[in-house]
Design a protein around this ligand. Structure first.
Ligand SMILES: [Zn+2]
Length: 95
């Protein structure tokens, strides 16, 4: 993998770490992404010069939601919309 040197901000909710644009999230947040979603990111990641696919955009959102759900757990009496969304997304990917 070539490092382009361009930087962007970690995609995790509330994180301002500046990281190389080759990476979706900083090391700390990437560690929290479930393995199945990491695999999905690698499988759908756009090649250099390609536009990101819908699947990739969806997977990115699922990663952001998964990390957010771990870092900001919703109170038990409130509907866990992030978890529901994530479940919906992974179901859509499986079928
Ligand atoms: Zn981060």
């Amino acid at each position: 993998m070539t490092i382009s040197g361009k930087m962007h901000i970690c995609r995790a909710y509330g994180c301002n770490w500046r990281i190389n644009e080759e990476f979706l999230m900083c090391y700390k947040h990437w560690q929290k992404v479930p393995a199945v979603l990491k695999a999905s990111i690698y499988a759908t990641m756009p090649k250099r010069g390609e536009l990101p696919s819908i699947e990739y955009a969806r997977t990115v959102r699922a990663c952001i939601n998964a990390v957010k759900a771990l870092e900001y757990p919703a109170p038990a009496d409130v509907s866990t919309s992030a978890a529901d969304q994530l479940e919906g997304l992974s179901n859509a990917d499986d079928r």
